[in-house]
Design a protein around this ligand. Structure first.
Ligand code: RAM
Length: 544
């Protein structure tokens, strides 16, 4: 067989395989182009050099967040001028949350006769420097914690920690030294973000507390905007659909870096599973790939809502046209979970439902409400694209689901939505039945007022859940209460020292962690940035 026959046969085999897979793998013909579009929309990272502004020391303080506070302990010049051999350790404060590549220099006036060794610990909040990491009790990899050991072989030296870190404070400890004296100098961070662009100014009369919440929210979003919308720059540093949804809402009214949203939407679509069901999270490196078998129904349904919002914000029809079939697939797949128009929790879910970091939340009413909401918003997308004919059964389905929801979950007597076999009353069950339009505004306001005043009701445990609570309050006319709640909850984090918003915040429990160890929580977390969305979107409520 000569070479050209061989290559022809290979070509035919490849074509056969392609057509076989084209029949079995959803979106097979489009995936390559989608990946290509994701790559075309890769943003440029903007680099800024950041330097620490002061030396600090940790002090136990029972009133401070997680029991630790930082006190001023000198300026940088004094640290750089003194013997580090004598000092042995120092904590420096960058004055703001920073994501990037950390460097420092080591210098001596004499001969260095041996290597030096240091431990560096990077912390978003003070407790990360004051809680022993080992023996490690957490459920996620210990390696997310940001402590690194570096060995310096020769002086003078410039040392750069290879991994990207996310922090405000850096602790440097001397682990090994010799007889010679030396200094640590020139600490700096090559900070990276893809966020750019002028953020519209707030109205002059805006309450100073709201301004501060806005700035902290914006810093949170900026730090999470990298080559995808990351969930957190410390951890997990990757794209999740739920985080994308909220980050893109906030971005559309602030930085307006729409290419990043476009990139993420294409990436997720290109990496859907064989049946076209989206993975909840995907990775970019070494090459784009999904976290196999990681699905969450609430997130896959939010994809269509995200695309609808994206089209409204940008008018980019071509992206919406490309990705429309993906939206249809998510909803048609979720439909197979309906029994008598109610989401069937017993149909073996090979995955989880996110909704909140709250193990005791009964998610049945929430997923029913979210699904109804997602179909409605996806139908709006269909209308904008002139594709209603393809999904003409959706409006009827929405109506039937609402009727079934009222029958199954809504108790006219109590005026509340009850979820699950124990008829749990939670904030989120009310919220999702409001956002889906299953409850009227009056019913919704009444239900929310009741649960907000009931200390036994299951309350939200994360800023992610609080986002939907605020949205629901606004939707049912509780503008004043929404403003107060936003100020109390996100403002509460600021009062406790936050300069970026946290993944988990329960005002009743500083140490709450979904991972069994609070230092591994992310303290600059995408899904917490949404006050900026509310403040810009509802100016009459938040900018007065
Ligand atoms: C966490 C991430 C992320 C969230 C998922 C479900 O690990 O921090 O924000 O979307 O889980």
């Amino acid at each position: 067989m000569n070479l050209s026959t061989k290559s022809l046969m290979a070509c035919i085999a490849a074509l056969c395989m392609e057509s076989a897979s084209a029949q079995t793998i959803a979106f097979a013909p489009q995936r390559e182009a989608w990946l290509h579009k994701a790559a075309e929309n890769m943003p440029r990272l903007i680099e800024t050099e950041k330097r620490p502004c002061r030396v600090v020391v940790s002090r136990p303080d029972s009133l401070a967040f997680q029991g630790w506070t930082m006190d001023e302990a000198g300026d940088m010049a004094s640290l750089y001028g003194e013997s580090f051999k004598a000092r042995r350790e120092a904590i420096v404060d960058f004055g703001e949350h920073t994501t990037g590549y950390f460097s420092f220099s080591v210098d001596t006036d004499t001969d260095s006769d041996a290597p030096l060794r240091f431990r560096l610990t990077f912390a978003e909040v003070p407790s990360e420097l004051n809680t022993p990491f080992d023996p490690y009790p957490g459920s996620l990899s210990r390696a997310w914690l940001q402590d690194e050991v570096v060995t310096v072989m020769r002086l003078p030296a410039e040392v750069t920690v290879p991994r990207r870190v996310a922090f405000r404070y850096v602790k440097i400890e001397m682990l090994a030294h010799s007889s010679f004296d030396f200094r640590i100098t020139d600490m700096r961070c090559r900070a990276v973000t893809s966020a750019s662009g002028e953020v519209p100014a707030l109205a002059p009369g805006t309450d100073p507390r709201i301004r501060r919440i806005h700035d902290v929210g914006l810093a949170t979003l900026r730090e999470c905007m990298q080559t995808v919308y990351e969930d957190g720059p410390k951890r997990d540093q990757r794209l999740w659909i739920g985080d994308l949804y909220l980050e893109s809402l906030a971005n559309a009214l602030t930085f307006r870096n729409h290419a990043l949203t476009r990139r993420c939407l294409y990436l997720l679509a290109a990496l859907a599973d064989e049946e076209g069901w989206l993975h909840a999270t995907v990775y970019e490196y070494p090459t784009p790939h999904p976290q196999q078998h990681q699905h969450t129904m609430d997130y896959s349904l939010l994809y269509g809502v995200t695309l609808c919002e994206y089209l409204q914000a940008t008018g980019d029809r071509s992206t919406a046209e490309d990705l429309w079939p993906v939206v249809v697939r998510q909803i048609e797949f979720a439909r197979t979970y309906l029994r008598d128009d109610v989401y069937d929790m017993d149909k073996k879910p090979g995955w989880w439902l996110v909704f909140d970091w709250k193990d005791d939340l009964d998610r049945h009413a929430s997923v029913q409400g979210l699904m109804t909401f997602a179909i409605e918003r996806s139908y709006e997308l269909a209308r904008m694209l002139g594709r209603e004919a393809e999904v003409k059964h959706w409006p009827g389905l929405v109506k039937a689901m609402k009727t079934a929801s009222r029958k199954t979950f809504f108790d006219k007597k109590t005026g509340l939505v009850h979820s699950g076999p124990d008829r749990q009353v939670s904030h989120l069950s009310q919220v999702w039945m409001i956002l889906s339009g299953t409850l009227s505004a009056e019913e919704g306001a009444r239900a929310l007022k009741t649960v907000l005043a009931d200390p036994t009701a299951c309350y939200p445990g994360s800023p992610y859940a609080y986002h939907y609570l605020i949205e629901a309050m606004i939707r049912c006319g509780m503008a004043e209460e929404a403003r107060e709640k936003l100020m109390a909850y996100w403002g509460g984090m600021i009062d406790r020292g936050a300069d970026t918003f946290w993944e988990v915040y329960d005002p009743n429990d500083d140490f709450k962690s979904p991972y069994g160890f609070f230092p591994i929580n992310s303290y600059c977390h995408a899904w917490s940035c949404t006050p900026v969305y509310f403040i810009h979107k509802y100016k009459d409520i938040f900018q007065r």
